[in-house]
Design a protein. Structure first.
Length: 324
């Protein structure tokens, strides 16, 4: 079923769809630089970035290079719970800097220590490089918080591609005892690289994130031939894509308690719902909230949907508070 857009987003979508139509008429080809620049423009819709007592860029050694993060705390002398934040962007866009207002708001509203990870992006660093970076940061998070008080409760959070990373790490935790996750928070997560859910079709045009753009993201992420569709690759590549999709991975009641947000006008809506159902069937405690009139990436549009973003932050804070 196709979503019905909130009036708050109608003008924004009209402008976005007009710009997309013009780009198609002019035969503009997507490149990583173009797509990254377009996503960065959404920073204009996040005017609120709370001041915090502690914000600092830090790094970890990993595979002979530096893995950068930004750490936040509203009270660096108070032992608060820890939130590992993995940004979205289709595995090839987004950054700690773009998501800085969100990380700050998380730290303030949920009163927690936030670590936002600058993981490697495709196509320069295809699957699974970014996952390896985030897993290394998760396992070694204490090294990133020297001089910052914190307790031992750890939540992971991601939107879109960041949600894919979270759910992959939750899967990995079943067989790797070094990975400790108390809870996970998923915001319009990408969990099915086969693009099989009905909302890919029903919401795949006119709502900012479009079906052909999703396919192109995945081609970059998995280093597929860009003349092919994800669903027309050879059998071995299809197997890799399906195995990488958290929706088709193993589920267990040992997986962390999960809070999931979906958007009614998002092409990824139904895979998020399916993931919530699979967790529930496995015996995992799941909380789900859907904003029916919103689109993918609504957290980057805070000035347009302020009330819904505030509700999201507050539900995250309430969910994390249950840990302490």
């Amino acid at each position: 079923m196709r979503g019905i857009i909130s009036p708050k987003l109608e003008d924004f979508l009209t402008q976005a769809n007009n710009a997309l139509a013009e780009a198609k008429r002019n035969k503009v080809e997507w490149t990583p630089a173009l797509i990254r620049g377009n996503l960065d423009k959404l920073a204009a819709f996040m005017s609120e970035a709370p001041e915090l007592a502690f914000v600092e860029d830090r790094c970890l050694d990993f595979e002979g290079r530096e893995l950068a993060v930004r750490a936040y705390s509203p009270a660096p002398n108070e032992p608060l719970s820890v939130l590992l934040h993995f940004h979205g962007g289709g595995h090839m866009c987004g950054s700690v800097e773009l998501y800085d207002p969100i990380s700050r708001q998380l730290a303030k509203t949920a009163r927690c220590v936030v670590i936002c990870v600058e993981y490697r992006l495709a196509p320069e660093h295809p699957y699974p490089a970014g996952i390896h970076d985030c897993q290394h940061a998760l396992i070694n998070y204490k090294k990133l918080l020297k001089g910052v008080a914190h307790n031992d409760t750890v939540t992971i959070m991601g939107d879109s591609a960041g949600g894919a990373i979270c759910t992959t790490l939750s899967m990995n935790s079943l067989k790797n005892s070094d990975i400790k996750i108390d809870k996970q928070i998923l915001i319009y997560p990408s969990v099915d690289y086969t693009m099989s859910s009905p909302s890919i079709q029903s919401n795949g045009c006119g709502f900012l994130l479009e079906q052909d753009k999703i396919r192109w993201y995945f081609q970059q992420y998995f280093s597929l031939n860009t003349n092919e569709n994800v669903d027309s690759t050879d059998e071995s590549e299809l197997q890799v894509i399906k195995q990488a999709s958290p929706l088709y991975g193993p589920f267990s009641n040992k997986m962390p308690e999960t809070l999931i947000f979906t958007a009614g006008c998002d092409p990824l809506r139904d895979e998020g719902l399916a993931y919530a159902h699979a967790l529930h069937e496995a015996g995992v405690k799941v909380s789900h909230h859907q904003f029916d009139g919103l689109i993918h990436a609504y957290m980057l549009l805070q000035d347009l949907v302020k009330e819904e973003c505030q509700q999201t932050y507050q539900q995250i804070a309430d969910f994390m508070l249950e840990l302490t």
